[in-house]
Design a protein around this ligand. Structure first.
Ligand code: TXA
Ligand code: MG
Length: 328
């Protein structure tokens, strides 16, 4: 349930003014909260990197209110992008396409492409429509840390910037998807998944097949870091060491010698949609509430739906790993 899916118009008005005045707005989306700045405000864009502690080589994705607005930002718009935008927007899919002149090098980190996404959250859409400007926004967490799925998470990430008024937070309740968008590089005739996320790869394949289009959908090679520069091996990490165990809970006794002596368990529901929604909040609250020095998360191996994205995040959040996710 989303307690406040719409924001009162005065809040949106205030947020638009803040954005026009080079401030940064934490905006809810259906995936995670984003830290947003107008693409035509370089000072505010620089602030995002500074507030997050984000390296300048990691490009920002740009949020748009419509497909038409997206096309204005692209140098060219491959048929694969058109098809996926029609099928999945608004939604958790970021399309990487050649960038046009409206996208500065601050946003693209000097790459000649830009990631574009139309979010599916009423407050994000209200904001984008009222400002009449695309908004660049990474997830609203300190670089490398767990992404926020509640406004209170954002508040605990950036207390000083919020206190000083540099960052304004719009509360949209709990993010309904809970993991970030799938990022795909769109080329003519092929699509490469750079980061698994809210839309499973199989759904992207089905979207082309349903219309009898022969498009190759592949996974980016893990060792090609430049493909999605910010998606590093150590990411989404809680501050306490996290052990991820892939396997049946009953079999954990076989691994006793690899477990820490004091730990708190984080459990996830079996349904991947629910698990994705709860993942970051569970990690965050265990991290904050536990006196114990380590966290451990169990996950039974099955691979479908959003487990692809959840497993990717768990791999990167983990300090220690026992077992591996089963790939089908
Ligand atoms: O769901 C989401 O995508 C959230 C919400 C706020 O929209 N945003 C998000 O942004 O997760 P961020 O910056 O935390 O992750 C975006 C990822 C990064 O790994 C970045 O390196 C990659 O997308 N990326 C951005 N632009 C790119 C480009 N032109 N080429 C390749 N990868 C890109
Ligand atoms: Mg992020």
């Amino acid at each position: 349930m989303n307690p406040s899916p719409h924001a009162p118009s005065d809040q949106i008005h205030k947020a638009c003014q803040a954005l026009a005045n080079n401030r940064v707005v934490a905006m809810p989306t259906e995936t995670v909260y984003g830290l947003a700045a107008r693409i035509d405000r370089p000072v505010a864009l620089e602030k995002i990197f500074q507030i997050k502690g984000r390296p300048s080589f990691d490009p920002l994705i740009v949020h748009v209110a419509s497909r038409a607005q997206a096309k204005l930002l692209a140098k060219s718009w491959p048929k694969t992008a058109e098809h996926l935008a029609k099928k999945f927007w608004p939604g958790p899919l970021t399309l990487v396409v050649p960038k046009g002149p409206l996208v500065s090098d601050i946003i693209s980190s000097g790459l000649d492409t830009v990631g574009l996404r139309m979010p599916n959250h009423p407050i994000a859409i209200q904001l984008l429509e009222s400002c009449q400007q695309p908004l660049a926004a990474p997830s609203a967490n300190r670089f490398g840390r767990t992404s926020p799925t509640l406004a209170s998470h954002v508040e605990s990430e950036f207390p000083e910037a919020i206190e000083s008024g540099e960052v304004l937070v719009l509360d949209g309740g709990l993010c309904q998807i809970g993991v970030e968008s799938t990022v795909v590089l769109c080329e003519e005739g092929s699509v490469t998944v750079l980061r698994p996320g809210g839309i499973p790869k199989t759904e992207i394949e089905s979207a082309f097949l349903a219309d009898d289009l022969h498009v190759e959908v592949r996974l980016a090679e893990q060792n090609k870091k430049a493909a999605s520069p910010g998606h590093t091996d150590h990411h989404y990490m809680p501050s306490k060491p996290l052990t991820v165990y892939w396997g049946s809970r009953d079999a954990i006794d076989f691994h006793r010698n690899r477990l820490p002596s004091h730990y708190q368990e984080v459990s996830l529901p079996n349904d991947s949609r629910l698990a994705a929604r709860e993942l970051y909040a569970s990690l965050r609250s265990a991290d904050q509430n536990s006196q114990k020095s380590e966290l451990i998360i169990y996950r039974d191996s099955q691979n479908h739906d959003l487990w692809e994205a959840i497993d990717d995040r768990l791999q990167r959040a983990a300090t220690y790993r026992i077992g591996t996710p089963t790939r089908n």
